[in-house]
Each structure stands twice: as structure tokens, then as C-alpha cells.
Write a protein that binds this ligand. Sequence first.
Ligand SMILES: NC(=O)c1ccc[n+]([C@@H]2O[C@H](COP(=O)([O-])OP(=O)(O)OC[C@H]3O[C@@H](n4cnc5c(N)ncnc54)[C@H](O)[C@@H]3O)[C@@H](O)[C@H]2O)c1
Length: 385
Amino acid sequence: MPHRPSTSSGRPEQDAEGRTPETPEHPEPKHLTGRPIRYYRPRGSADIRHLIDEGFQAFNAARLGEACRIFADKMLLPEHDTTIGLTVAGALTPAGLGGCMVELMERGLVDFIISTGANLYHDLHYALNFTLHRGSPFVDDVELHEDGVIRIYDVLFPASVLLETDAYIRDFLVRSRLNGPVSTAELHYALGRDLMSRQPGCEVHSVVAAAAANGVPIYTSSPGDSSIGMNIAYHELMNDSRLMIDPNKDVNEVCAFILAGRKNGCVILGGGSPKNFYLQGQPTLWEVYGIPKGGNDYFIQFTTDQVVWGGLSGATPSEAVSWGKVNPGVLPDTVVAYADSTIAFPLFCEYVVGSPHGRRPRKELVHKRDELVAVLKRDAKQVQR
Ligand SMILES: NC(=O)c1ccc[n+]([C@@H]2O[C@H](COP(=O)([O-])OP(=O)(O)OC[C@H]3O[C@@H](n4cnc5c(N)ncnc54)[C@H](O)[C@@H]3O)[C@@H](O)[C@H]2O)c1
């Protein structure tokens, strides 16, 4: 076996045998000539607000309009002081939608996020100044594989981006000295702080860094299901680390935020496990801790998932009423727009950013996790007595 040189993180490099996407043959593959994907930042366009209010009159265009008005005119009313959760599934950061999330966080319009690990992992490419390219979905994938190019539909990038991002994560894990059980919010907060210290200014083009800068906790409902989780597993096996993602902490912290909310509302992008992880907060309160909170007050979802298959991703707000996830009295304040998030979410963000309440004081829940979990525990103990 030939000697394999190590990277700074101690990981052996691939040898040339049995070439994989991790060992590109050509340093500059021809498929990477498309324009770089940049995070788009919504600016509150009056023209887009006009289009949505006056032009989007029926079908899913009208549902998108309803979603915008529920958010801007109700959830953001100062007297409602709604605690707002954003759930993120689908390849949104690779598609450049991280800028919409950054804008909402900076403006205090999102208080916590539940995301697939994939979206957070791919956000790190932007933080680390790697380039993802616009491309075509109609390409020869065998050729891409030979050229060491990764494809997410029409988003293309070199495999070296994965390897270097992974190396950064492993180096961060060593640097962080995180050891023992942590919530994913704690992990992502440390990651965001590390990004800001190593890539100053990246909080304007990274969701993970912006979340740390603005005090927004980010949770991942299935932490093993991404390259971040894969590198945490490496850290345990190869460095004997005791760092462990503790899902119980995540469940209790999200539940505590919902308990503390005067009103609660969500924006659900796609579906998947982040959707349920948010919505289960209400049943965790009434069904498990015996604390009746009354259900979610506002529910907005943009999805391509259908209700007819019986899955959670396509389940309607009215089905969620039966579980005590959504308050039965608020169905008019719930809406599902059947639309591709990559179209609907930037339009939605333009609308809300340009609305009269398009900026709120930030709740900075990342710093209140322990305090709010203590309140949850106190209330649950009182119920027991
Ligand atoms: N390296 C990694 O860490 C890693 C891990 C898993 C996935 N990925 C990549 O990241 C991408 C995103 O994966 P994911 O786990 O976030 O979720 P996903 O792509 O599996 O999507 C989950 C949910 O979002 C919905 N959805 C997806 N795209 C949508 C759209 N454009 N509009 C509306 N709804 C949509 C789906 O119907 C589903 O309910 C994958 O396509 C994959 O290429 C990377």
C-alpha cells in the first residue's frame, strides 16, 4: 500500500487508483464555466409587492399572496410578538437562497431555524468562498464523474469543494474543543463563530455565520444525514472525541421557545423532517409535558409535496389541527402554496422585507436556550404536582 499524504486535518488523500469524483482528472473541468451562484438578498421591491397584491389573483399565485399577507400583516404585528420558526428542506442554499434567510435573520423576522444538514453543509461553501456554478440539468453525468464535477440538478461544482469543506469541518471540530453532548444549536453557533473569525465578513453571505451573528439558533432534525454529521462521526472514530449531538436537547429547546412565544408561527420550505420537528413542539407540550399551549397560531408552507400520498411533508394545516399542532381557531391564518421554493421564497421575502413591519428587534434565542428550558422544566414539574 503506497503512503498517502495527509491533509492538515489528518485525513489521507485519495491515491490515483480507482479514480473517484474526489480525484478530478482535469483541474478546470469544462462544465464549470457557468456564472457563479451568489446569495440573492431581497430589497423589498415595491414592484414585486404590487405584482403579488394585484397580479397574483388565483390558484397558487393567490396562495403565495395570502402567505405574504399573513406574514407581513399578522405575524409581524408588534402587538402579536410572534415567535417565528423557519424550516428548510430541499436544495436551497446550493440554489443561492441563503441570502433570503440571511436577510430575514438580520431583520429579526426569523427567530429560529430548523434545517436539513445538507443546506447547512452547502452553506459552508459560500462562507469559505468556494464557487458553485450555474449549469444545465441536461449533462452527461458519467462525464461529470470523470471530470470530478458534482451536480445538484443544474448546480455544478468541483468535488474539491466537498473535500476542502470537509477538511474545514474536521479542523473546526478539533479547534472548537467541543466535547460531550451538545444541541445542534450549540454546534452551529460555534461553527458560525469560527467561520466569522476565519473568514471575516462572511456573515453577509453565509446562513450559519449570519445565524451566529444575529443570535438565531439553527437546529438539524437528522444530524447524521449530512456531511457535517459524517465529519462528526470521523471525529469520534479517529480522534476519540466525545462530542455527541444530543437530540433530546434539540427537542426541549425548540419546545421551550414555543412555550415562551406569545404567538407562534412558522414558514415551512419544502417538507421533510424539519417540518415535523417544528410542528411537534406543540404536541410535545400538551401530550408529553401536559402543558396545553393551544397549537400553532400561523402556518405558511411552500411545497411541491402532495397531500394525497399521506406523508407528513404534504400534510395540510387542517390535518395538523387533529394533532394539536395547529390551533383549530386559526385555520384562516394558515396557507399552503404549491410552488417551487426557489421561486416562491424570494418573492415572499421581497414582499415582507418591503412591508411596514419589515424589521423587528431580534429575540437572540441562541443566548436564551438554558433559561427557557428551565422555564419549561419548572412548568412541567408544576403540572406533575
Ligand atoms: N453533502 C450533504 O451533506 C448532503 C446530504 C443530503 C443531501 N444533499 C444534497 O442536498 C440537497 C438537499 O437535500 P435536503 O436533505 O435538504 O432535502 P431534499 O432535497 O430531500 O428535500 C426534502 C423536502 O423538500 C421538498 N422540496 C425539495 N425541493 C423543493 C423545491 N424546490 N420546492 C419545494 N419543495 C421542495 C421535498 O419534496 C421534500 O419534502 C439534495 O438534493 C442533495 O443533493 C447533500
